[in-house]
Design a protein around this ligand. Structure first.
Ligand code: AGP
Length: 594
């Protein structure tokens, strides 16, 4: 939810930190700040708003420091609530990502002891607690402090008399960048790639002391441990915009490549997981947001290809349902692998005796340590807050898993499986054909950008796509949009249809097509503009005010093609409205709070 960067080495720490924060701005941009260790003192600059508000020229050139870009949880966006925070004597500076659950009681005790607070945040209690525990050894003071802290944290701190960084993580991500004569810490890899591709992922409970030449890590039992140095196989350019105006557009256009990378080597044999290890007679999909929509699509894919009954749960709800005796095979989706609700749901599912599999896009992300199996989507880094290629590749993984399961259960013939695999191979080209039509799709958005309410409706496997299309429009165009099963409109939503309420109807030629045609006619009869996305059809040309026909495909693969059209509709509608497409207001790329 927030972005942290730390540096110690031979370069200008301020420059390294501010450029690193800019690569993490997608994690939150309510305020930003930096603290560098000056000669025996700490220089601090922090402001409400984006990282560009910071004046780099004012930062003294020194060789150790920390920085932070914030997504507000406790305390509104303001200069005072921006990180880093200093202790009362201004000897220690600290940044934090996460939520301290017991901060009120700690703050009351510290206030009673005379500590003065400058913010209304939970994070500030940490630095004053360290001050309380400090007796000359900052690492020992920090270790003692962590014992009192309940909640999630990724923390980095510096002391004015040392160039070392003290860092720790629990449920919020933190990675160490391994340099030569310099070392780095960050919430996510893009902040490191200008300097190093060698990283060490900290685990929950780890505390580390990082100097320019040494990295010491203690685990939750306070034992000195080694964490493997891993090589990042993508580079800054991958995380850059490559000439596109927005990350989101770049990532929409990366989908053919992302699909190709996600099926590569997996169609001949899908060795990521041995599903035969598990007795799978039912499946539950659990996720948040767009990832939950992938789970909804997965339900139709699994029930169709593997004849397995499935349920879909939203992570934040699943956690608080009453446990039942059933232990469905649980598939969790999280592109970031850091969504706290989904991580908590993974733990809950395990506690209930379910075998669990995570589908994620980030190597070694937190969720990978909470499940029995992991399948990576291979979509490459996704920087835009709105998920696009990662949704597509999550669904690709679902096809691969369902084909594998269907074959192993003997309900899917080899011939049929090969047919599906051939269509998967053709999908990248079909997506490219849609992307080539972007101007035609852009024209459709003209009427949408003036709308205040928009409906998306679909049936069967495209009902979840209606949900996803509505979410995309909401989150980047700031237009109220609702996704409905097409058959539900007459049970209430029709009351909202006027000639100013466009409806985007998803109509593919599966067994529900005729019913869908009927729904389109009902909508048109109420003079609401109806835009159809789906299979080519003469009747649709007569009924629809506008339409886009996707390349021909098997209905079960239509969600991916329809969804690319809806992504472009959302993008160009937001573009017409001059929205901040990559960093929509009030949102962040990874929701690491619950
Ligand atoms: C999707 O565009 C949103 N950014 C959001 O709904 C997202 O899908 C959700 O927060 C889940 O994120 P995750 O996949 O990283 O867990």
């Amino acid at each position: 939810m927030c972005g942290i960067v730390g540096y110690t080495g031979h370069k200008d720490a301020g420059k390294v930190i501010i450029s690193g924060l800019k690569r993490l701005e997608y994690r939150g941009y309510d305020s930003a700040g930096i603290a560098v260790k000056n000669e025996g003192s700490i220089y601090l600059q922090k402001k409400k708003g984006r990282i560009d508000q910071l004046d780099e020229t004012e930062v003294p050139k020194y060789d150790a420091g920390i920085g932070h870009t914030r997504w507000a949880t406790h305390g509104k966006p303001s200069d005072e609530n921006a990180h880093p925070f200093l202790d009362c004597d201004e000897n220690i500076a600290l940044v934090h990502n996460g939520i301290i659950d017991n901060f009120n009681s700690i703050k009351d005790e510290l206030l009673d002891k005379g500590h003065e607070f400058t913010s209304e945040t939970d994070s500030e209690v940490i630095v004053h607690l360290i001050e309380e525990n400090y007796h000359g050894d900052i690492l020992e003071a920090f270790k003692k402090t962590i014992e009192f802290i309940e909640g999630s944290y990724a923390v980095a701190l510096i002391h004015k008399d040392s160039n070392e960084l003290i860092v720790a993580r629990n449920e919020s991500p933190l990675v160490i960048g391994v340099g030569s004569g310099e070392n780095f810490v960050a919430s996510d890899v893009p902040a490191l790639l200008d300097h190093t591709k060698d990283v060490k992922y900290l685990l929950d409970g780890d505390i580390a002391r990082v100097t320019r030449n040494e990295i010491e890590i203690w685990d939750e039992k306070d034992e000195l441990v080694e964490r493997e140095t891993k090589r990042i196989d993508w580079d800054v350019e991958d995380a850059e915009k490559s000439g596109y105006e927005h990350y989101m557009l770049k990532e929409i256009f990366e989908q053919p490549k992302a699909i190709h990378e996600s099926i590569l080597g997996r169609l001949t044999s899908f060795d990521d997981v041995d599903l035969l290890k598990y007795d799978i007679d039912s499946v539950q999909f659990i996720a948040c947001g767009t990832s939950s929509h992938a789970g909804y699509v997965g339900r139709y894919i699994f029930e169709n290809l593997a004849e397995i009954p499935c349920t879909v749960e939203v992570s934040s709800e699943y956690r608080y349902t009453s446990p039942s005796d059933s232990t469905p095979f649980t598939i969790l989706f999280s592109q970031s692998g850091e969504t706290l609700d989904t991580i908590a749901a993974a733990r809950e599912a395990r506690k209930r005796g379910c075998n669990t599999l995570a589908v994620t896009n980030v190597m070694d992300s937190s969720i990978t340590r909470e499940v029995d199996e992991v399948v990576y989507t291979q979509a490459g880094p996704e920087i835009g807050v709105a998920a696009t290629k990662t949704f597509t590749t999550q669904v690709i993984i679902l096809y691969l898993l369902a084909i594998e399961l269907g074959l192993k259960k003997g309900v899917l013939s080899r011939d049929k499986a090969e047919e599906y695999k051939d269509e998967l191979r053709r999908l990248p080209r079909k997506v490219e054909r849609i992307l080539d039509d972007m101007d035609k799709i852009k024209d459709i958005t003209e009427r949408l950008s003036e709308s205040r309410d928009i409906f998306f409706v679909g049936r069967n496997i495209n009902y979840p796509v209606a949900l996803e299309g509505a979410l995309k429009l909401k989150e980047i165009a700031y237009i109220h949009a609702a996704g409905y099963p097409a058959g539900e409109l007459k049970h209430g939503p029709f009351a909202l249809l006027t000639e100013d309420t466009p409806v985007i109807a998803l109509a593919v030629k599966d067994h529900t097509f005729q019913k869908m045609l009927g729904n389109i006619g009902e909508i048109a009869a109420r003079n609401s503009p109806v835009i159809v996305v789906g299979d080519e059809d003469r009747e649709i040309k007569k009924l629809a005010d506008d339409f886009y026909f996707i390349p021909e495909t098997t209905p079960i693969f239509s969600p991916l093609l329809v969804n690319v059209v809806l992504q472009l509709i959302a993008y160009y509608t937001a573009y017409r409205l001059d929205r901040d497409i990559d960093k929509p207001r009030n949102l962040a790329k990874s929701v690491t709070v619950e």
